[in-house]
Structures are given as C-alpha cells and as structure tokens.
Design a protein around this ligand. Structure first.
Ligand SMILES: C=C(CC[C@@H](C)[C@H]1CC[C@H]2C3=CC[C@H]4[C@H](C)[C@@H](O)CC[C@]4(C)[C@H]3CC[C@]12C)C(C)C
Ligand SMILES: C[S@@+](CC[C@H](N)C(=O)[O-])C[C@H]1O[C@@H](n2cnc3c(N)ncnc32)[C@H](O)[C@@H]1O
Length: 363
C-alpha cells in the first residue's frame, strides 16, 4: 500500500469513527453522550452482577409483594443506576411519556405534559412544591420555570441527585430547585410543610400505593393539592388472557415494577389515606395521540444504539453489562408499545386530589 492510499484509508476510518461516536451517539438534550455512559453509582466491574441480581429479583414481579416487599426500593435504586445514563442519552432529562402532538417535537410535548401539573395544582411564585420521585429533574425544571414555585425533589437514587443538581445549575434554576436522596415511603420532611405535591410516573415503583400516598398526605398542608400520573392497566385488561398477561409482565420486568395496579384502585387508595379526589382521567385516551409513537419510530435508532453500546463495551469504554441492560430496554420498548396499541395499559392515568382543610395528621 503506498503512502497516499494509507493516508486515505486512515482518514476514512477516522471520519467513520467520529461520525459513529460523536454524531450517532450525540445526546438527546445535551444531557449525555454515548461515550460517557456509566452505570450510576455502581462501579464498572460490578455492573453485570448488579444487572443479574436485578433481573432475577424482577423475574416474577407479582411474587415480590408476598415475599420481598421491603427489598423493592433497593432494587429500584439498582435499576436506576443501570438505566439513568441510557435514558438521558436516548430519551432526555424527563423520564416519562406524553401524548404526541402533531407539529410539536418530543421535547415540546413533554414540556406541555409537565406544565399541565402547574395548572392542575394552581402553583404560584413562593409556593413550596414536592416532586416525589424526581429522576434527573426534567419535570422539576419545567414546573419551577413555568410557575416560579420552589420545587423540592426526592429520588431514591443518589446518582440521579448528582445529575439533577448539575442540570439545575446549568439551567440557572438551582435557586428554585432543590434535590435530595431519600425514600418517598418515609420522607425527611415535616408534617404540613408543602403547599402542593406531584409525582410523574414514579409511584408505580411503590409496592403499596397507600404507603406513598399517605406519606405525601402527611407532608402536605391542609388544603394542599396533589397530582399524580400513574402507570396502570385499563378497563380493557383481561387477566385471563395469556397474551395480555405477558405484555403486562414484560412491562413490569423491564421497568422495575412490583406489580402494575388497575386504574380502578387509584382513587380508592387516595380516599383511603384521607384525600378528596377532585378529578381522575386517563390522559392517553383520544383525542390524545399515541404516547408510544416515539418508541415505535425508534426501531432503527435501537439497532444503531445497540451497535454503539456493543462496540463501546467491547473496546472497554462502556462497562460490561451495559449491552445486557440495553437489550432489556429494547424488549421493554416492545412490551410498552404493545400495551399502548392494545389499550390495556396507560402510563398517564391522572389523579388530582386535595388534602381537606380540616385534616389532622395521624403521625
Ligand atoms: C416511567 C418509567 C420510564 C419511562 C420511559 C422514560 C422509559 C421506558 C422505556 C425506556 C426506553 C426504552 C428503549 C430504550 C432504547 C433501547 C435505547 O436505545 C435508548 C433509550 C430507550 C428509548 C429508553 C428511554 C426511556 C424509556 C422510554 C418507568 C421506569 C416507571
Ligand atoms: C420513571 S422515573 C420518573 C422521574 C421523574 N418523575 C420524571 O418524570 O422525569 C421514576 C422516579 O421515581 C424514583 N423512585 C422510585 N422509587 C422511589 C422511592 N421509593 N423513593 C424515592 N424515589 C423513588 C426513581 O428514583 C426515579 O427518579
């Protein structure tokens, strides 16, 4: 090979590599780049082990409630160590769905879904608002910026707190947004200390919904509003239909859920802990456009991402085990899409509640 051919070939390989890593692997919302994929607070050599422990724990989600309910928060924490960077890289800083809106980008539709929380709660400047299960804070920043309220987020995952604080600072919202590590089943906040509260696609991780709802009720001031977007099965779900059961179990396994609840249970549980239920509605119902369309359109992107993750793991840049986690997410995307298309599942069953003015906390 002469010098010219050698130079030409080397340049082509260089450009190809640059394109593969820096163009294909670019971050969705300037959050994460593929070459920086880590596994949260888990050290690189323990990723595969942690993934295997996670997947055997969530293999039979329904049984968890009978045998190992108390271990759920720790495994949810492991799950978010494994997926947080991949979510940020492939989805953005808001870890939830929203109805697609013709003519609007995913980012814009996400933001509208988050700002709806402000309107439902009636939040205003100076209010202290709780975000129960805040992820890396995408919703918190949108809600604080839209309302001028002070938002306090809590997440079980320490790595997410680190990421959220970085994003809050970058967005110039660290004055309005505060984030702490903690369990929403037992929060380090005083009784009656928040004007309002919300949770977006987070309380589905609680083994018993009444425990997290009771805790949110406790920290809300009397008259305070709470809104939640819940993951539930709908009226179309038939637990005697094997195909439907497989879809639901696929969603539970790939999303760290200790058993999906029925939409019927939500308001009943809210009332049981003392809330007045103001409104409940499945925000996925028509005329809303499919929330799962972005998951479906991503088929080529999944394939591309899978190659990227495999190559990076192979050359030692991404931790070993990242490929397994990514493969799990690819399967999860299929089950979620089936859940949406069949209409047996919704990730946005909205419930709006009020803590009665007259209520007294039991603890
Ligand atoms: C509320 C929860 C999370 C909801 C969503 C934010 C995530 C559910 C499934 C995730 C994804 C699936 C496929 C991934 C893809 C294979 C990868 O290449 C890029 C990231 C994905 C698109 C990823 C992004 C986040 C989800 C859509 C739960 C956990 C309660
Ligand atoms: C799917 S993410 C949604 C995050 C955020 N609401 C958003 O929409 O971007 C679920 C969140 O719930 C948090 N979570 C789950 N179980 C928790 C628990 N027991 N205590 C506190 N946070 C929890 C996770 O750590 C994660 O941040």
């Amino acid at each position: 090979m002469d010098t010219y051919t050698l130079f030409f070939t080397a340049s082509l390989i260089g450009i190809g590599l640059y394109w593969f890593l820096f163009v294909l692997g670019s971050a969705e919302q300037k959050g994460k780049h593929v070459v920086h994929l880590s596994s949260g607070s888990i050290s690189a050599e323990k990723v595969l082990d942690n993934y295997n422990q996670y997947s055997s724990f969530f293999r039979r989600p329904k049984e968890i409630l009978e045998t190992a309910e108390d271990k759920v928060p720790a495994f949810v924490d492991t799950f978010y160590n494994l997926v947080t960077d991949i979510y940020e890289w492939g989805w953005g800083q808001s870890f939830h769905f929203s109805p697609s809106i013709p003519g609007k980008s995913h980012r814009e539709a996400t933001r509208l879904h988050e700002e709806m929380v402000v309107h439902l709660l009636g939040s205003k400047p100076g209010d202290r608002v709780l975000d129960a299960g805040c992820g890396v804070g995408g919703p918190m920043r949108a809600i604080a910026a839209h309302s001028g309220s002070n938002v306090v987020g809590i997440t079980i995952n320490e790595y997410q707190v680190k990421r959220a604080r970085i994003h809050n600072k970058k967005a110039g919202l660290d004055g309005l947004c505060q984030v702490i590590t903690g369990n929403f089943l037992s929060m380090p906040f005083d009784n009656d200390s928040f004007d309002a509260a919300y949770s977006i696609e987070a309380t589905c991780h609680a083994p018993k919904l009444e425990e997290v709802y009771a805790e949110i009720f406790r920290v809300l001031k009397p008259g305070g509003m709470y809104v939640s977007y819940e993951w539930v099965t709908t009226e179309l779900y038939d637990n005697g239909d094997e195909d439907q059961v497989e879809i639901v179990q696929g969603i539970e396994r790939g999303d760290a859920l200790p058993g999906l609840r029925s939409y019927r249970d939500i308001a009943e549980i809210a009332r049981k802990v003392g809330f007045e239920v103001v409104k409940e509605k499945d925000l996925a119902k028509p005329p809303a456009k499919p929330w799962w369309s972005r998951l479906k359109m991503g088929k080529v992107a999944y394939w591309r991402n899978h190659i990227l993750v495999t190559v990076l793991s192979w050359i030692g840049i991404a931790p070993q085990g990242t490929v397994d986690v990514h493969e799990m997410l690819c399967k999860t995307a299929v089950y979620l899409t089936k859940g949406g298309e069949t209409g047996i599942f919704t990730p946005m069953y909205m419930i709006l509640c009020r803590k009665p003015e007259s209520s007294v906390n039991s603890s």
